[in-house]
Ligand binder design. Structure first.
Ligand code: GLN
Length: 470
C-alpha cells in the first residue's frame, strides 16, 4: 500500500469528475498533501504509523471548521469565511496522519435531503449509468458523492436528521451517525444543536470504524460531549457486548419496529428490508417484531425542534460578526440576511421563529419536546441494554433494530418533492436523532441502504453487527 499512489488516484478522480458532480467546494493544497503522504509512506516502512488512518484520504463537509480552507456551509452568507481554528474532529484527523482532501458541498447550513439547496449548485449523483441525473441525497451530498466516486476513502458529514445516513443509502455507502455527544461538535457550525452529530461516510464498515475510533473522544470545548466518567462506563458495556459477536450473529435479537412500515415506502425498499431480515436470520440472529408507538410523531416533532433551534442559531449572522455584510447603515441586518441566505434557509428561520412566539410556544414547541421524550422512552423499552443516561429505565428484548434508511432509492433531480412535502423523505432517519441513538446505514440491494439502530452509547457494538452483516 502506498499513500502517495492512493492520493494520486483520488486527484485523478477529482480532476476527471468534480466539475460534473460538484462534490467539492474547495480543495487542499496539493504540494502539502503530497509531502504528508510521502511522510506517511516512510512511517509505514519504518513501522511507525500514527494510527490506522495514517495516510488515509478524507473529505470534510463544509460546515466543519478548518483554518486552512474556507468553511462556507454552502451559503452566500459565509462564502468568504475562513475559521481561525480547526474543529476538534479535524484536529484529531490531522494528528492521526490522515490527508484532508478538501471541503464538500452540502445543503445550505445542513437544511435539506437532496443537496439542491446550495449556493454552489446541486451535487449530482455519481452513478450516471442510465443517463438520468439523480440526487446523491443530502445534506452531506458532497461527502457521499466524493466517497462513491473514489475521490477519497472517507468523508465526514453531519447528521441532524439523517444527512449522513440518507445520502449513504442513495449512494450505496456506509453512513454512521454516532450517539449524540460521542464526537465533539466544537467547530461544527450549528444547525439544530440538540440534534447535530458528526457522522462518517465510507465504502465499508471497517474504514468507518477506523475513523470513528479517532474522533470518539471527550472534548472539554463541547459542553455536550459525553463526560469521561459516563464514557468509561458506556465503553465497558459496549465492548463487553461487542465481544460476544465474532463471525456470526448467534444469540443476537433484532427488533423490527412496525411503525417504520409507512405508506410511502417504495416496493424496492420493502424488498431490501425483507432481504436484510433474511440475511440477519441466516447469520443466526433472532428477529422479533417490536413497537415504538410514537414514531409517527417524530417528523412533526423534529421539524418543530430543529427549526426553532435553527432560527436561534442562525441569528448570529447579522452582518457584523461573520461573513457577508451589506454596508447599509439603516438596513444592515435586513439587507445582509435577505441577500446572504437562500430561500430554504429563510423559510426555515421564519417557521422556527413562528414556533417560538408566544401564541405557538405552548401549542407547538412544548408538545414537540414532550413527543421527543416519549420517543426516547419508547426506544428504551425495546432495547435489551439499559440506557445508562436513565439508570432505571425499563428494558425490552432487542439488541439492535433494523429499519430502512430512506423510503425510496435516489430520486431524479427533475422529480423532487417540493416544499414541505420534501420533509417527508426523512421519516426513517429522524427518530435516532431525537433519541440521540447510534445508527448506521449499510448498503443493501438496489442501491438502497438499511439502518441498524442501537441503544445510546453502544456505538462499537452497532459497528460490529454492521460489519458481520456486510
Ligand atoms: N433533511 C433534514 C433537514 O433538512 C436533515 C438534515 C440534516 O441531517 N442535516 O432538516
Amino acid at each position: 500500500y502506498s499513500s502517495v499512489a492512493t492520493l494520486k488516484e483520488c486527484w485523478n478522480q477529482i480532476d476527471r469528475h468534480n466539475t460534473e458532480i460538484n462534490a467539492f467546494i474547495s480543495l487542499n493544497d496539493r504540494t502539502l498533501l503530497e509531502k504528508k503522504a510521502v511522510e506517511s509512506d516512510h512511517r509505514r516502512s519504518n513501522g511507525t504509523l500514527q494510527s490506522t488512518i495514517d495516510g488515509t484520504t478524507i473529505a470534510i463537509k463544509d460546515n466543519i471548521c478548518t483554518s486552512f480552507l474556507p468553511t462556507t456551509c454552502a451559503s452566500n452568507m459565509l462564502k468568504d469565511f475562513t475559521s481561525p481554528y480547526d474543529a476538534t474532529v479535524v484536529q484529531l484527523l490531522n494528528e492521526a496522519g490522515s490527508l484532508i482532501m478538501g471541503k464538500t458541498n452540502m445543503d445550505e447550513f445542513g437544511m435539506g435531503s437532496t443537496n439542491v439547496h446550495s449556493a454552489f449548485g446541486p451535487v449530482i449523483h455519481p452513478d450516471r449509468s442510465d443517463d438520468i441525473q439523480r440526487s446523491p441525497g443530502g445534506s452531506s451530498g458532497g461527502s457521499a458523492a466524493s466517497v462513491a466516486m473514489d475521490m477519497c476513502t472517507a468523508a465526514l458529514g453531519s447528521d441532524t436528521g439523517g444527512s449522513v445516513r440518507m445520502p449513504a443509502s442513495y449512494c450505496g455507502l456506509v453512513g454512521f451517525k454516532p450517539s449524540y455527544g460521542r464526537c465533539s461538535r466544537h467547530g461544527l457550525i450549528s444547525y439544530a444543536n440538540s440534534l447535530d452529530t458528526i457522522g462518517i461516510l465510507t465504502k465499508d464498515v471497517k474504514s468507518c470504524a477506523n475513523v470513528y475510533d479517532i474522533i470518539d473522544k471527550y472534548d472539554e470545548k463541547d459542553p455536550t460531549s459525553i463526560p469521561n466518567e459516563l464514557r468509561t462506563e458506556l465503553n465497558e458495556n459496549d465492548a463487553q457486548l461487542s465481544l460476544q459477536f465474532k463471525n456470526d450473529l448467534n444469540g443476537l435479537v433484532v427488533g423490527v419496529p412496525q411503525e417504520f412500515y409507512v405508506d410511502s415506502l417504495s416496493s424496492e425498499v420493502l424488498t431490501s428490508w425483507r432481504d436484510g431480515i433474511k440475511r440477519l436470520q441466516s447469520l443466526g440472529a433472532k428477529i422479533v417484531s417490536v413497537s415504538i408507538p410514537s414514531v409517527p410523531l417524530a417528523l412533526p416533532a423534529y421539524y418543530i425542534i430543529a427549526l426553532a433551534e435553527a432560527s436561534s442559531n442562525l441569528s448570529r449572522y447579522d452582518g457584523v460578526k461573520y461573513g457577508h455584510r451589506v454596508p447599509d447603515h439603516k438596513l444592515l441586518y435586513d439587507e445582509t440576511r435577505s441577500s446572504g441566505f437562500g430561500d430554504e434557509v429563510k423559510k426555515r428561520i421564519l417557521l422556527g421563529t413562528h414556533v417560538l412566539t408566544a401564541g405557538t410556544y405552548d401549542t407547538l414547541f412544548l408538545p414537540a419536546q414532550s413527543a421527543r421524550r416519549v420517543i426516547q422512552k419508547e426506544f428504551n423499552q425495546v432495547f435489551k441494554q439499559p440506557n445508562l443516561l436513565y439508570s432505571k429505565s425499563k428494558t425490552g428484548q432487542a439488541h439492535v433494530l433494523l429499519v430502512p434508511s430512506a423510503t425510496s432509492r435516489a430520486p431524479q433531480l427533475n422529480q423532487l418533492n417540493q416544499g414541505v412535502k420534501a420533509y417527508i423523505d426523512d421519516v426513517m432517519t429522524l427518530p435516532a436523532n431525537l433519541a440521540g441513538l447510534p445508527a448506521i446505514t449499510v448498503p443493501s440491494t438496489h442501491s438502497i441502504g438499511l439502518q441498524l439502530l442501537g441503544q445510546y452509547g453502544y456505538d462499537n457494538f452497532v459497528l460490529r453487527i454492521a460489519e458481520i452483516m456486510t
